[in-house]
Ligand binder design. Structure first.
Ligand code: ATP
Ligand code: MG
Length: 555
């Protein structure tokens, strides 16, 4: 009953303090975790946006440079000179020698009917007709044109830059093929880290350069380019598993192509994620420390409380006992006083009647024996009643113990001697286990004797006949213990609490007063000691008297 009470209290204490301390910590941890996540996302988005923008700028510059060169050639050369094969070849060699990294694979001059009049380059494409090619039309219309990547006559992916020239009222086109290796290398420089990819797709989502993962040049990228808004946009895409791929797109080539940069979040974590993990670790350790501290403190607290409660209870029961004795003391004083006088008169009259019986006239009476027996009975019972009132007055007076030099072992020896006969008649053996280390103490010898007598008497009464009483003395730290143990029937749990109560007895009426233990209790208490009882039913009972070691003053 009590145990579960303390257990519940402990549980409540632990759960409330846990909630109060761990709750905010977890909230704080969650907040920081969320902030880290946000910061990380912003950072990676910034990074991708920046990369997409600068990469698209670089590609734009690349394309513009080549377009400008072609435009300058068109401006500075006539159609007549360029359509001359020798002139064109010379010009081509010159350009390649002077500007090697330009990446021009070939040059061609095409008239307004789509015929290639002159061609300089590694293929033999002279005389081919480009009228049907989609770029031809666009170039004629716009003046300058950069095509998408396509296979063309040579069946390798490439793209061309075409610039229109005008001579009189006829138009022509100077066309150059761009080295897709050089172009691809430029774009691929954006493929960073382990998961970063960089490539170009056209408006329809077709790869214009080779992506690093999932796809080939001219394949479908499955990217919806409509999702990329003005300027540079970053979109998020969940990938199978738990990571997110961030895709940044920046338009280039007048909105024909998109430079795409993509990166999986989580793989390029770096310091942010390390910091976040450290934070989680610190908070977890903090939680652990707090938890164990709370459990420990609650345990100590509740145990302390339990202990205090126990002591309080003991103190309470002692106080109750003292109260009872005090109340009894008052009552006893009154009763004893009132009864003592009539008792004295009865006793005196009985004595006088006894004297009278000794005279001749009564002696010869027929009922002499009857009278004599009755008077003896009266005297016996008056004596008994006097003893009781005497004991009761013992309470009332609350006699202060007289201080003699007492050797406990000797007092016990004397008491046992007095009781020996009574014990022997009942076949009870009294065994002594005395320590000889006991100091002489200052105490009241006759009161102690009364206590020991009461206890030994009780033991003999409890055993009835045939048994053993063990009497032990011990020296504790600052007390002397006297243990009187019998192998009698023991004390039932139900009455254990009452045995020190005045007038509590289980003996037949007339046999016991029920005052023995209560008087003993008050005597020992006044001496600053304690009487306790240990008993198990069927096995026996032990009364322990503890007396403080009070050394006699030197005379
Ligand atoms: N050693 C013991 N073994 C078993 N029961 C005991 C023992 N000592 C005391 N008791 C129980 O405690 C009760 C009270 O004891 P207490 O000495 O106060 O009164 P009593 O012995 O009944 O009467 P009185 O002391 O006047 O003869 C006893 O009646 C008995 O039931
Ligand atoms: Mg008794």
């Amino acid at each position: 009953m009590k145990r579960t009470l303390y257990k519940n209290l402990k549980l409540k204490l632990i759960s409330i303090t846990l909630a109060m301390s761990i709750g905010p910590l977890i909230l704080l941890g969650g907040g920081i975790y969320y902030q880290f996540g946000k910061l990380y996302k912003e950072r990676i988005e910034d990074q991708i946006r920046h990369m997409a923008r600068s990469q698209s700028n670089a590609v734009d510059v690349f394309l513009r440079e080549r377009t400008t060169i072609l435009a300058m050639i068109v401006e500075t050369h006539t159609f007549e000179s360029l359509k001359d094969q020798d002139n064109l070849s010379r010009l081509f060699r010159l350009i390649n020698r002077r500007a090697e990294g330009l990446g021009l694979v070939d040059l061609g001059v095409i008239d307004d009917q789509g015929r290639q009049l002159a061609y300089a380059g590694p293929y033999s494409l002279k005389g081919l007709n480009y009228y049907q090619q989609p770029w031809f039309d666009e170039a004629m219309r716009r003046g300058k044109y950069i095509s998408d990547v396509y296979m063309g006559f040579r069946q390798v992916p490439h793209f061309i830059i075409a610039v229109k020239g005008e001579t009189g009222n006829s138009s022509w086109i100077l066309r150059a093929t761009i080295d897709s290796d050089i172009f691809n290398r430029l774009v691929r420089s954006a493929q960073v880290g382990t998961s970063g990819d960089g490539f170009i797709v056209n408006r329809q989502g077709v790869f214009q350069t080779s992506p690093r993962f999932d796809g080939v040049i001219l394949g479908d990228s499955k990217i919806d380019t409509q999702k990329f808004g003005e300027g540079t946009t970053v979109i998020e895409k969940k990938v199978p598993g738990s990571d997110t791929r961030y895709i940044g797109g920046s338009w280039l080539k007048d909105g024909d192509w998109v430079m795409v940069i993509s990166q999986i979040a989580g793989q390029e974590k770096g310091w942010l994620v390390r910091a976040r993990n450290t934070e989680i670790l610190i908070i977890a350790i903090g939680c652990l420390v707090i938890c164990s501290a709370i459990v420990l403190i609650s345990h100590i607290l509740v145990r302390h409380l339990e202990q205090t409660d126990k002591e309080m209870n003991e103190l309470n029961s002692q106080l109750i006992q003292q109260d009872k004795l005090a109340a009894l003391g008052k009552m006893a004083a009154g009763i004893a006083h009132e009864i003592n006088n009539p008792l004295a008169v009865i006793g005196e009259k009985a004595g006088w009647m006894e004297d009278l019986l000794a005279e001749e006239e009564f002696r010869n009476s027929v009922n002499y024996q009857e009278f004599a027996a009755s008077i003896a009975k009266i005297e016996e019972h008056v004596d008994r009643a006097r003893k009781i009132t005497h004991s009761m007055l013992g309470f009332a007076r609350r006699m202060e113990p007289r201080l003699d030099d007492v050797e406990i072992n000797r007092v016990l020896d004397q008491t046992i001697d007095i009781m020996a006969n009574h014990a022997r008649i009942n076949d009870i053996e009294i065994r002594k286990h005395f320590t000889d280390r006991l100091p002489v103490i200052a105490s009241d010898q006759s009161q102690l004797q009364q206590v020991f007598m009461n206890l030994i008497n009780n033991a003999i009464d409890a055993i009835g006949s045939n048994g053993t009483i063990d009497i032990t003395t011990q020296l504790d730290k600052d007390s002397i213990n006297i243990i009187i143990r019998d192998d009698g029937p023991g004390i039932p749990e139900a009455i254990k609490k009452k045995i020190f109560d005045p007038f509590f007895t289980t003996k037949q009426s007339g046999k016991g007063t029920g005052l023995g233990l209560s008087i003993s209790y008050s005597i020992i208490e006044k001496m600053g000691g304690r009487i306790t009882v240990e008993s198990s039913e069927g096995k026996g009972t032990a009364f322990v008297v503890s007396l403080p070691v009070v050394l006699p003053e030197k005379k």
